[in-house]
Design a protein around this ligand. Sequence first.
Ligand code: SF4
Length: 709
Amino acid sequence: TLGARALDKTVDSVCPFCGVGCQLSYQVKDNKIVSVQGRDGPANHSRLCVKGRYGFDYIHHPHRLTQPLVRRSDVAKDVNVLRDPADWAQVFRPASWDEALALAAGGLKALRDAHGPKALAGFGSAKGSNEEAYLFQKLVRTGFGSNNVDHCTRLCHASSVAALLEGVGSGAVSNQVSDVDQAELVLVMGSNTTANHPVAASWMKNAVQRGLRLVTADPRSTDLSRHAWRNLQFKADTDVALINAMIYTVFDEDLVNHDFIAARVDNVQAVRDGVASFSPEAMAPLCGIAAATIREVARAYAKAKSAMIFWGMGVSQHTHGTDNVRALIALCMVCGQIGKPGSGLHPLRGQNNVQGASDAGLIPMMFPNYQRVDKSEVHAWFEAFWGTPLDATPGYTVVEIMHKALAPDSDPHKVHGMLIMGENPAMSDPDLNHARHALASLKHLVVQDIFMTETAWAADVVLPASAWPEKTGTVSNTDRMVQLGRQAVEPPGDARADLWIIQQLAQRMGLNWHYTGADHGVAEVYEEMRQTMAAAIGGISWQRLQIGSVTYPCVSAQDAGQPMVFTQRFPTPNGRAQLVPTTLIAAHEQPDADYPLVLITGRQLEHWHTGSMTRRASVLDALEPTATASLNTRELSRLGLTTGAQVSLRSRRGAVQVTLRQDDGMPDGAVFLPFAYREAAANLLTNPVLDPVGKIPEFKYCAVRLEVM
Ligand code: SF4
């Protein structure tokens, strides 16, 4: 380690990976980050996981894009995403920024003028700053002319946000992770927290040592389950059956919080009627959890003085993801476990800024701060504020946009051109063969990124952008904390800040934007965004963020921020929670004789999402260099296989070759595959069917078979 005197500088920032939002410092020498230290931030108190501490040298990787690239006129588009990124010259030629920006914006403008505004779409990024997200959605809405703008929130918690907005009027968490210290019981459902929110998991484990009753509920037993008072390893796809059986118990044993319901909750009778056939005794065989255990956990949750529910994508990524969350909300409300310290609802947000990007309006049905585009007074306000006519109909979502790219020419809403900033749908979308064909079929694709991602191979123009430590901006973590990241190093070569690139494209599409000041006007963009989100961040000025993180809602300079919300009322039209009954909906594709195993996809501790960053981080890549599929010992011996065997996993949509790994946390009849590995892309196998409300794909359940190679 370099001593402090050997460093050029130490720069305070925030971790670029998960939504926990750990504060850290970059230690810099010769424009290179040489090490990372945790800072005493409110979410991490100096703790970092392996990604935050060691996953930084991706920014110095030789694969970094350092100059604008334009597709060679003699190279047709194809779906080959496995070229070596160093071989970009086989497909692209270098260009000046002027030429690349003119081609990028000119192509988009020509398609808009020829086919209308809905011919274009934009994917922004939950990896960028709030200011980038705000400006990106403004570019799509005011420059492209439609609401066809979305980002990867659609693939992680769209169903959670839909259910929360409907039920409690807000898509964000009610209480922060640190509330585990004040909870008597915590239920963690569908979350491998140790892998995906490691520092949050460490607070949960500490709380267990102090006496917290931890209940984990997931088809897969994980590291966190080892610390649980009760581990409900329920059968995959039976979430609603399990939660409704708990709600049934609450009614059956009169554990209901009658005062809370009378004061604050609507539609309770509908839920009571809805769970009438969900007794624990009836549901036990379906869920694989003993009726007595379901009753015991429901009793403990209802009787606890304070109880939190955390959930992850094991809950949200189903065709019944919205129903799963509706059921969790109903359980919480009938027990009155919200609106007080250590009691509430917390969807663990995945990316470092997925909360903030959604807040900033990077979603097709909402302007900033979840104001509906089809609500006339909201629409009129934004038209006046941005000084331009706006589309009043919700746009298409991530997967819908891919479908629209492959629509027949006769479809008036066919998508012909796209701008993609920092997202990698050629790895992250379900049914990748379909998504990759859709990307390759676009008449014009502009990709703004730091690496030649799998998506970028289909581009007409590639714009080299900045990594997180190379720019200044804010991000909002899973706890609703707005935090500032500061530029630590210069981007390599001719790579530029994303905020600059968005403004350059806007200018060339005819928008008259003038953001001035340091770092491409980031403070001015933030202050404009603040005006559109007054009810959330109205009290958080740019100056205030220089001092430290502030939790929203924060509506005035005197407001300290509200770590806990819903203490008196819910932000619904009548101030009361609106419960929605749920019923059983089976996963779209069930195992059968041809495809007998259930595939569960997800992340692992060392790698982040599509792997473009962490697989180029030397320590993380050394720890987990290979795509492995996990099965339990019983499944391995039934198949006559052992750890290390090379196999092919095949679904009705594609196949990948992987190495087998033994994981006795896996349930019988299921296989887990992380989606970070380009050479064995899990999403070649996944099913693109969507939850009808949240429009989230069913990443957590499809049928596969295993073939020995
Ligand atoms: Fe980064 Fe999340 Fe790890 Fe914290 S827990 S260091 S935010 S990846």
